[in-house]
Ligand binder design. Sequence first.
Ligand SMILES: Cc1cc2nc3c(=O)[nH]c(=O)nc-3n(C[C@H](O)[C@H](O)[C@H](O)COP(=O)(O)OP(=O)(O)OC[C@H]3O[C@@H](n4cnc5c(N)ncnc54)[C@H](O)[C@@H]3O)c2cc1C
Length: 462
Amino acid sequence: MSSKKDILRLRDLLGGELVSDDPDTMQLYGKDWLKDYTPAPAAILFPKTKQQVAEVVRYCHQEKLALVPSGGRTGLSGGATATNGELVLSLSKMNKIIQISTLERTATCEAGVITQNLIDSVAKHNLFFPIDFASKGSSHVGGNIATNAGGIRVVRWGLLRDWVRGLSVVTPPGDIINLNGSLVKNQTGYDLRSLFIGSEGTLGVIVEATLKLATLPKDALRLLCGLESLEKVLELFYAAQESFVMLNAFEYFSRAALDLVIQHNKLADPLQKRSQHYALIEIEGSNAEALTDMFMSLLEKGIIEDVVISQSNEQADNLLAYREMISETLSSNYTIHKNDISVPIASLSKFIADLTAALKSEYPGYHVIIFGHIGDGNLHVNLIKPKDISEEVFYARCKEADNSIFSIVQKYRGSISAEHGVGLLKRDYLHYSRTPEEIAMMKRIKLAIDPHQIMNPGKIFL
Ligand SMILES: Cc1cc2nc3c(=O)[nH]c(=O)nc-3n(C[C@H](O)[C@H](O)[C@H](O)COP(=O)(O)OP(=O)(O)OC[C@H]3O[C@@H](n4cnc5c(N)ncnc54)[C@H](O)[C@@H]3O)c2cc1C
């Protein structure tokens, strides 16, 4: 726990204006998007350079002070939360795009660059950073790397891990280490860069990254299909993969999720026929005529119940909005408990049947909303608090429900966190997805890099 003396010393190191203990700033920067935890940081630090980050880490290492790296605070696992008098190190003032190389097809930037800003900047060079999700207007590139972010493009372009060429990280005792630069090939021992991707701030602070870029997709069309069952959704996924090399996205939401989006955002039903399941698809390299033919034949075969194909960019955006507004609609209007899990794609419909049956019998009053990146086997399972119970009771019951959910995930050899990370939220359930040997090895790596355990302590594991 840091003292007044520590805050004064950090003010000397960084300059007074880059250290804040103002209560509103502490509330804001002491937590991420998750509402389950109460922020209680000691102070918020806003370094402007990697040298300043190194000075802070050096000081915290010497004094054994806990440090929470903080990006855009859109995380959904409590990873960027300071609940125990930690110092929060925000990267928000380190937001420069340093270089875009059209020859190497890379962008080098500071960790605090907002994801959307990077996407927009590289698009001017006909290049594409394929990380795309509803929070990209606030999340940081550093936070995306620290969580190995996914999103709606993974089905074609993979996870963020696939797009990181090089990293600059600051590790205890305050060293700035460059990992791989912009090299494509470099087989000289362990790939240390990979260790930091998805490490959730527990090994060091990512201060810069060189990211690989793709060619900007052109003329992509979006479709929204209504389907009667999950089996049909998977049949459609198979058909779409068979027919289209460039399947940019394949997203899923249930009728219950759509009903809430329509109700709270005063939108019209997107399709004429009411279905129980929906798939939002994006396809590049085809035209509306060919797509219409193919989807008409899927209608005739009874695989889909209804379909709309975007006729303009505006309509394409509107279709995507039905999927993208689900998280925001749930968080703004309800007390919810979120889960982000993955199972092998082939097991999805059996898994969902088992899951909904278990939740229905154990938690009869709970409204369950399911949506997600079904093309990656990744589902977001949300429980809504029933009106007649308190938040306290709700969160306590959700902890029990998590044990039921994760037992089913384990039965299907899935993961209790697909892309949001472990953070604080999933820490006590890690054993459902990782063996004791794996957890022990992770702890040994942590101790080797961070012997005083100052980096985001208590996150991922104790
Ligand atoms: C509406 C909504 C939709 C979302 N959809 C998706 C989705 O589809 N796919 C997906 O993957 N995620 C999704 N997320 C979750 C979230 O946006 C991602 O996890 C994102 O990558 C977090 O980035 P951030 O900058 O906000 O990180 P933060 O929340 O600030 O931090 C996340 C973790 O990374 C660590 N960290 C942050 N910056 C650094 C750094 N520079 N160095 C070291 N550690 C660091 C933190 O300590 C913390 O553990 C969604 C969130 C919201 C609110």
